[in-house]
Design a protein around this ligand. Sequence first.
Ligand SMILES: Nc1ncnc2c1ncn2[C@@H]1O[C@H](COP(=O)(O)OP(=O)(O)O)[C@@H](O)[C@H]1O
Ligand SMILES: [Mg+2]
Length: 305
Amino acid sequence: MAILFITHDMGVVAEIADRVVVMFRGKAVETARAYELFSAAKHPYTKGLLSCRPRPDRTLRRLPTVSDFMQINTNSDGEQEIIAKPLEIQDDARWEEISSDERFQRFEQLTHQPPLLSVRNLIKSFPVRTGLFGRKSEFRAVDDVSFDIFPGETLGLVGESGCGKSTLSRALLRLIEPTSGQIFFDDKEVLGLNASQLRHLRREMQIVFQNPYSSMDPRQTIGSALIEPMQIHKIGASNQERHRRAVSLLDRVGLPASAMNRARTNFPAVNGNASALLALWCYSRASLFAMNLSPHSTFLCRLRC
Ligand SMILES: Nc1ncnc2c1ncn2[C@@H]1O[C@H](COP(=O)(O)OP(=O)(O)O)[C@@H](O)[C@H]1O
Ligand SMILES: [Mg+2]
């Protein structure tokens, strides 16, 4: 038996593969034994891919991307070629590290504030029927969970599939009603809010789903997807101002104003666009809860417009 293992997860490749073929835009750009690839990658795309992985022992001020290592030029025959960027470009301030002292200080500062979100003993049970006669019982998808998130902090919530991450995130927003426990957001007890108070809270706390391509309405234009929540939450004095804000959001994620009139189906599904759309989704809310940014983690954050 032999296995062809297809993935973008370089960590898993390092663990299980004997040999690796790296593809870029339909071409195999590098083939190497796994240990050679990870110790001395040759192709700029592979070097970029390897550097894009966050490392626990070293935090850069900005995570490198493939475009720090290569650019694509069109030659005189109209063909695209990959050019490695010179090393001196790679040696600039982008590679500046955040020291462990600085990280420690930031953590101290963050956790000395009152928490923005406090979750206490949260339980969510679902009714289920078990046994031959379908006896009613309950299944605890979230069982007595407590944690705090401080203003400016990003909390990673991780666990195997089915451990309760999505149920917990939905319960925080009361998209499903928690069975018991307490949730405080900005000192307000979320479980005690009535419908109109809850609407106000949802202006402050929202979910961004993992895949912007499936979470955005395919027929809606990007412009209307941005303006609609502003109308609902009464952000901006007029539609003209909301339009101006939407254009400035597009600009912040590197998309042109012309994107306002395009539906998300008119965006080619390449990674750059996916991240721009996701960032746009994030920016488009006054503050947010973003969840499931990567398949194995749930990511909670608060951003300000
Ligand atoms: N509406 C529901 N009714 C019954 N069980 C549910 C319901 N929603 C989720 N569950 C169960 O709760 C558990 C946690 O699910 P989920 O929160 O989606 O996990 P995760 O997001 O960590 O993969 C799973 O066993 C799932 O089957
Ligand atoms: Mg989930």
